[in-house]
Design a protein around this ligand. Structure first.
Ligand code: NAP
Ligand code: HSE
Length: 434
C-alpha cells in the first residue's frame, strides 16, 4: 500500500479526540477507501497533562502548535482548536505557507478569513477543506460543491446550529427553562467554547455565510448576515406557535433575489414543512437548484462522532489527491454580490409585544399596525405565565400578520418605538410556510 498520509492534530477537545477515535476505529476501512493509511504523527493542545480518554502515547507532542505544518513528519494539519483569530489562524497561515494541506472544522475562522486562506492555498497548490465547519456530520459542502455543481442554486436555508435546535426542541417538549437546557447542550459537547456564539445566532451566521458562498459562487460576506438568536424567546412564544400550528426553529436563509440576502433568525415553521420535524441537535439544509429542485440534507449537526466523520472525509479526499477550490470556484472568480434590500420582501410575520395591562394599549399597537399598512390575520392576548392570580401588570400580545412587505412591519415597530406601554422591544419572527 502507498505511503501513509501523515497528520498533525491541533486541538484535543470534543472534535479532536473524536477524530483520533474514528481514525483508530476504522483504520483498515479508511485505508482501503483512501488508497493509503491515515496516520496521526503528532498532536498538540494547551495542556499536555489533561486526561483525554484516549491513549496519546503513540503520537509525538508539539507544544507550539503554530509550527506543526513546518514539521517533516506532517503532510496535512487538522485544526480543531476554534476561534476566528488567535492560534487557529496563525496555525492555518503557517501551515498553508509551508505548503501543507489544512483541514478545519472552524467556521468562525473560515467565515472571517476563508477567502484569504483559500487564495493562499490556491497559490501554494494545497488543500483547504472545511466540511465539518457547516452542519456537523452532514456532507453538505461536498453536496453543493460536487453533487449540485451543474445547478444554479436559488436559495439555501436550514437549521444550522445544533445547540439552539436542541434547546428549542427540549423546551417545546418539556416546557423546561432555557438556561437549564443550555447547560445540558454544553455537557453533550454541542456548544461552542463560548455558548453565546450559539444562542446569539453567530455560529449559524458563520455557517450560512460559508454555505451561501459555495451555493452562489460569491464571496463570503459574514459581516452582512442579519443575525438574531434565540435568547429573547419565551416558553409562551413556543406555546403560542404550537397553538397556531407552527414550531419555532432558528433558520439561516440565503438567496440572491435582488442581491445577496442572508438572515439568521428564529422562524415560525409550519408543521407541514420538513424542517418542522428536525429535532434535537440535528441540522438540516435545503438547497433549491434550478434543475435539481428542492434537496434536503439532514443529520447530526454537532457532537464528536458526526463532526469527526466530516473531518476524516476531508482527509480521505486529500489522501486520494482530490483537492479542488475550497469555495468550489477559484477565489478570483467568486462574485462580489451587493447586499439585498429587504424591505420589499413579502412574507407573514409573528409579532409579540409585552405590554402594560391597561386600557388603550391594544388600540395603540393596532393603530401603529394600521398606519403602517400591516394587516392582522390573528391576535391573542395572554396573561404572563407566573403572574399572580387576578392579573399581573404585564401581558403578552401575540399576532400573526397577513402577507405583506417587511418594510411595513418595520414601520409599525418604528412607530411604537419608545412607547411607554411596551415593557420590552417587540419581537418579530418571520414565518416559513413552504
Ligand atoms: P473544545 O472541546 O473546546 O476543544 C478545543 C481544543 O483546542 C482543546 O483541546 C484545547 O486544549 C485546544 N485549545 C484551545 N485554545 C488553545 C490555545 N490557545 N492553544 C492551544 N490549544 C488550544 O472544542 P471543540 O468542540 O472540539 O471544537 C473544535 C472546533 O470544531 C471549533 O472550531 C468548533 O467550532 C468546531 N466544531 C465543533 C463541533 C462540536 O460539535 N463540538 C462541531 C463542528 C465544528 P486543552 O484541551 O488543552 O484546553
Ligand atoms: N456549536 C455548534 C452547534 C457545533 O451547536 O451547532 C457544530 O458546529
Amino acid at each position: 500500500m502507498a505511503e501513509p498520509l501523515k497528520i498533525a492534530l491541533a486541538g484535543l477537545g470534543t472534535v479532536g479526540v473524536g477524530v483520533i477515535r474514528l481514525i483508530e476505529a476504522n483504520a483498515a476501512l479508511i485505508a482501503r477507501r483512501a488508497g493509503r493509511p491515515l496516520q496521526v504523527t503528532v498532536v498538540s493542545a494547551r495542556d499536555r497533562n489533561k486526561p483525554r480518554g484516549v491513549d496519546l502515547s503513540g503520537y509525538a507532542w508539539e507544544d507550539d502548535m503554530v509550527i506543526l505544518g513546518e514539521r517533516d513528519d506532517v503532510d496535512v494539519v487538522v485544526e480543531m482548536v476554534g476561534g476566528s483569530d488567535g492560534p487557529a489562524l496563525a496555525l492555518a497561515r503557517t501551515t498553508i505557507e509551508a505548503g501543507k494541506g489544512l483541514v478545519t472544522a472552524n467556521k468562525a475562522m473560515i467565515a472571517h478569513h476563508g477567502l484569504e486562506l483559500a487564495a493562499k492555498a490556491e497559490d501554494k497548490h494545497v488543500a483547504l477543506k472545511f466540511e465539518a465547519a457547516v452542519a456537523g456530520g452532514i456532507p453538505v459542502i461536498k453536496a453543493l460543491r460536487e453533487g449540485t455543481a451543474a445547478n444554479q442554486i436559488e436559495r439555501v436555508y436550514g437549521i444550522l446550529n445544533g445547540t439552539c435546535n436542541y434547546i428549542l426542541t427540549v423546551m417545546e417538549d418539556s416546557g423546561r427553562d432555557f438556561a437549564d437546557v443550555l447547560t445540558e447542550a454544553q455537557a453533550k459537547g454541542y456548544a461552542e467554547a463560548d455558548p453565546a456564539f450559539d444562542i446569539e445566532g453567530t455560529d449559524a451566521a458563520h455557517k450560512l455565510s460559508i454555505l451561501a458562498a459555495i451555493a452562489f459562487g460569491s464571496k463570503v460576506d459574514f459581516a452582512r448576515v442579519e443575525t438574531s438568536g434565540i435568547t429573547r424567546l419565551r416558553a409562551a412564544d413556543i406555546a403560542q406557535a404550537a397553538a397556531l400550528g407552527y414550531v419555532i426553529r432558528l433558520i439561516g436563509m440565503a438567496d440572491t433575489g435582488g442581491g445577496l440576502f442572508q438572515r439568521v433568525q428564529p422562524h415560525l415553521v409550519h408543521c407541514d414543512h420538513p424542517l418542522a420535524h428536525v429535532d434535537g441537535a440535528t441540522n438540516a439544509v435545503v438547497a433549491e437548484g434550478n434543475f435539481s429542485g428542492r434537496l434536503l440534507f439532514q443529520g447530526a449537526g454537532a457532537g464528536d462522532g458526526p463532526t469527526a466523520s466530516a473531518v476524516v472525509a476531508d482527509l480521505i479526499d486529500i489522501a486520494r489527491g482530490e483537492l479542488g477550490a475550497a469555495f468550489s470556484v477559484p477565489v478570483s472568480e467568486l462574485e462580489d454580490l451587493p447586499p439585498a434590500a429587504t424591505g420589499h420582501r413579502l412574507g407573514r410575520a409573528y409579532l409579540r409585544f409585552m405590554v402594560a395591562d391597561r386600557p388603550g394599549v391594544l388600540a395603540e399597537i393596532t393603530a401603529a399596525l394600521r398606519d403602517a399598512g400591516v394587516s392582522i390575520e390573528s391576535l391573542i392576548q395572554k396573561g404572563r405565565a407566573g403572574d399572580a392570580e387576578g392579573g399581573g401588570s404585564e401581558v403578552m400580545v401575540a399576532m400573526v400578520t397577513h402577507e405583506g412587505p417587511e418594510s411595513a412591519v418595520s414601520e409599525a415597530i418604528r412607530l411604537l418605538d419608545g412607547s411607554a406601554s411596551l415593557s420590552e422591544p417587540p419581537l418579530v419572527l418571520h414565518i416559513l410556510d413552504n
